[in-house]
Design a protein around this ligand. Structure first.
Ligand code: PGA
Length: 242
């Protein structure tokens, strides 16, 4: 069984390199725990090198977006978050997202492709949005290539809130089934089963456990709660069912 996947998306935090180093030092005390998951840390770009040096034995480096493959590779970046709603909001189209996915694959960097509706409506119209976003973001990928990506399902309306405002486990399970169905239609069942689906959007210690049970997700993309060593440790334990 593959390890659960945990991605820390630090965005523009912590506010200084010394605070980032302090957080990494705290995290490294739990390295035995973190070795049990596939842990990726996506720090702000100026902290890439420092993060790489301090996490060698328990985490891999991730990038918050995809730019020069040469530069990212030279830093040892192994995964790139692509199509995050923060960047889509700044004008990154699904066409650009699909180009970045291909460039990342060529550089042997795992593309973690973010998708997610901005509103969830009772009539289920958000499913149509998800289908279109998946279709356009993954356009032109061959099944063999698609088998090397990961998906982060991050409904925009759940980002940056508290656990109580995040998606419920039954809603998440429903979306994961739908995403797998679309992936099966776009590629094939074997590929759809292979692509790990992560959930992101206000994952906190309070909801991490329930969001893992019976929802079909293989891990989490964590924003604000990844900036607290204690919260992040609890989330990692939830991933392992502890
Ligand atoms: P959040 O952010 O956990 O703070 O909601 C998740 C993300 O935007 O990746």
């Amino acid at each position: 069984m593959a390890k659960p996947i945990l991605v820390a998306n630090w965005k523009n935090h912590p506010n200084s390199l010394s605070e980032a180093q302090k957080l990494l030092k705290e995290m490294s005390k739990k390295r035995e725990l973190y070795k049990k998951v596939a842990l990726f840390i996506a720090p702000p770009q100026p902290y890439l090198e420092s993060t790489l040096l301090r996490t060698r034995n328990f985490a891999k480096l991730a990038s918050q977006n995809f730019f020069s493959p040469e530069i990212l590779k030279s830093f040892g970046v192994r995964l790139a978050i692509i199509g995050h709603s923060d960047y889509r909001a700044l004008g990154e189209s699904s066409e650009i997202v699909s180009q970045k996915i291909k460039l990342a694959l060529r550089a042997s960097i795992v593309p973690l492709v973010c998708i997610g509706e901005s509103v969830r409506d009772v009539d289920g119209e958000h499913f149509e949005f998800l289908r279109e976003e998946l279709k356009s973001s993954l356009s032109g990928l061959k099944p063999l290539e698609a088998g090397k990506i990961a998906i982060a399902y991050e409904p925009i309306w759940t980002i940056g809130k508290r656990a109580k405002d995040a998606l419920s486990a039954p809603e998440l399970a429903e979306s994961v089934i739908f995403i797998k169905k679309v992936l099966t239609q776009l590629f094939n069942r074997a590929v759809a089963e292979k692509i790990p689906i992560l959930y992101g959007g206000s994952v906190e210690p309070a909801n991490a456990g329930e969001l893992m049970v019976g929802t079909g997700v293989r891990g989490f993309l964590v924003g604000h709660a990844s900036l607290s060593a204690k919260s992040f440790e609890t989330i990692a334990k939830s991933l392992l069912g502890k």
